[in-house]
Design a protein around this ligand. Structure first.
Ligand code: SAH
Length: 509
């Protein structure tokens, strides 16, 4: 989506997939990353908005009952933004052309003469059954599939669905929308000769951590749905293939299914932990608590970066510092050798890894972020007397390390590479979701995640447990009067995931 061509905008009708973040296409992700404006639906997974640019305009166009934005308003908005020369992403749940009015929006955009692109998505009609262990086709059961809507255009006086034809057609039939009309739909089916014992499955919130499946037959499913309060959004599958679920149900057997887990990190870092927990079936509420911003005095930091080669040592104290440093470095220089003969110290494994990502060697890697330990590590490899050291760190970080290094005789400069500010925006609606629906557990991966979460001042949801990555984080949690319910034995993401699994296994067993 290079903006160089001209200043005409373009509208991308993008399928956001059925819910599972892993089921979004690469093209959809690219469109979201590049968009100036994103207009998203109630059923489009809001976690995808985490990929948006910080300055993107994000507009919710949910059409839950009682909400005001009309279809006409949404279409006009898309056209207006397109005319302004914007790259507009219209994000829709599932596939944009499977129900949900995507086709109508596309027609109007085309009629308005705005360039557009369609990015297909995985529809809930296929993914929902698949995640419930129901293949839509099977050589031994059927040879065709029908998609139909249970929610007809209310302006139509007569049913547009020919239930007689549906009954005769057989095969697998998938109904989207209209779960609340299931009684009427199944009566029509029975009236037209569909077998009363034909298997039916309803899959709600398919492919998310809240997925639930209800099975029955054409005769009893409507009544079961009411009895279980089984409401939208759900897909209904009618057909003999439903019986394959007995063998093929996989998703709902995962250990953390239905658990609501809060992950508190900056957006970029959250994905590894979130993805692991998601793949175990959890519903993740990704709650960014802080945001990394350039330092107040960026010019001063840039000057230090420019002079990096005059130092004997550069000390990185965080992965964010490494990123901020090289971001500027490679704007100034196009050759890594410009860094000269400087040696590099990185505190902690994540920081060291980030240095290595830039293909630079780490000469010294103190494990602990305790000033005394770092100074000791320095002294072990020789005197720091009169060595020129640049300490790259966050603004307002504790200044013990530079002091200790100076006290040991080094000539120390401090580079303020970035600052962290509380993330008060709620772009993906995670804060709202937490307030309204609560959570089973919150993860803390460092003391700062604890402090930053508490600084947001959100009410603590009832019954939300705490998982901590290790003793230092746990101490911070306790210092704030909270209880640690489980602590990782190995102090990394793997270890934390393991501890969470064990915690839920214990509390369930
Ligand atoms: N374009 C969408 C469908 C839009 S119509 C798609 O391709 O999936 C909205 C209907 O889709 C809902 O009423 C429900 O029947 C179905 N749906 C969408 N997401 C769903 C999900 N995660 N689980 C179950 N049903 C879903």
């Amino acid at each position: 989506m290079a903006k160089t061509e001209s200043n005409t905008g373009k509208v991308y009708l993008v399928g956001a997939g059925p819910g599972d973040l892993g089921l979004v296409t690469l093209r959809a992700k690219e469109c979201i990353e590049d968009a100036d404006v994103i207009v998203y639906d109630h059923l489009a997974n809001p976690d995808t908005l985490g990929w948006a640019r910080d300055d993107a305009e994000v507009i919710y166009a949910g059409k839950k009952p009682g909400e005001s934005q009309t279809q006409q308003e949404i279409t006009s908005l898309l056209i207006e933004k397109g005319r302004e020369g914007k790259q507009v992403v219209r994000l829709k749940g599932g596939d944009p052309f499977v129900f949900g009015r995507g086709a109508e929006e596309a027609e109007e955009i085309a009629n308005a003469g705005i360039p557009f692109e369609i990015v297909p998505g995985i529809t809930s009609a296929i993914a929902g059954p698949a995640y419930a262990g129901i293949p839509l086709t099977h050589r031994g059961h059927n040879s065709h599939v029908t998609l139909f809507t249970g929610h007809e255009d209310p302006t139509k006086t007569q049913s547009a669905i020919d239930y007689a034809a549906l009954a005769k057609l057989g095969g697998t039939q998938v109904m989207l929308m209209g779960i609340e009309r299931l009684g009427a739909v199944t009566s029509e089916m029975l009236r037209h000769g569909v077998r009363g014992d034909l298997p039916v499955a309803l899959v709600r919130w398919a492919t998310t951590g809240q997925q639930e499946t209800l099975t029955g037959t054409v005769s009893d499913i409507a009544q079961k749905a009411v009895a279980n309060g089984f409401n939208a959004p759900a897909v209904a599958v009618f057909g003999d293939v439903v019986s394959l679920r007995d063998t093929l149900n996989w998703y709902e057997k995962r250990p953390l299914l239905g658990k609501r887990i809060v992950v508190t990190r900056t957006r970029k870092q959250a994905s590894a932990l979130s993805n692991k927990l998601r793949s175990l079936g959890a519903h993740i509420i990704e709650l960014p608590t802080i945001r990394i911003e350039p330092p107040i005095n960026l010019r001063e930091f840039a000057e230090l970066v420019q002079d990096a080669h005059i130092y004997d040592w550069i000390v990185f104290t965080s992965a964010n510092g490494v990123d901020a440093f090289f971001d500027i470095f490679f704007k100034l220089y196009d050759d890594a050798r410009e860094i000269g003969g400087v040696r590099i110290a990185a505190i902690g494994p994540a920081t060291a890894q980030r240095v290595k990502d830039f293909h630079l060697h780490v000469d010294l890697q103190p494990e602990e972020f305790v000033a005394e330990a770092v100074v000791r590590a320095f002294k072990k490899q020789g005197s720091v007397e009169n060595e020129r050291i640049l300490v790259v760190r966050a603004e307002k970080a504790r200044d013990v390390l530079p002091k200790e290094l100076s006290a040991a005789g080094a000539i120390v400069d401090e580079g303020f590479a970035y600052r962290t500010v509380p993330e008060t925006r709620d772009i993906s609606g995670a804060q709202k979701q937490l307030a309204e629906a609560g959570a089973d557990l919150i993860t803390f991966t460092s003391s700062s995640t604890v402090e930053n979460f508490l600084a947001l001042g959100l009410p603590w949801p009832k019954g939300m447990h705490i998982a901590s990555i290790g003793p230092i984080t746990s101490k911070t949690i306790r210092d704030h009067g909270l209880t640690v319910d489980t602590e990782a034995r190995r102090h990394d993401i793997e270890g934390l995931v393991q501890a969470i699994r064990e915690f839920f296994a214990r509390s369930m067993g």
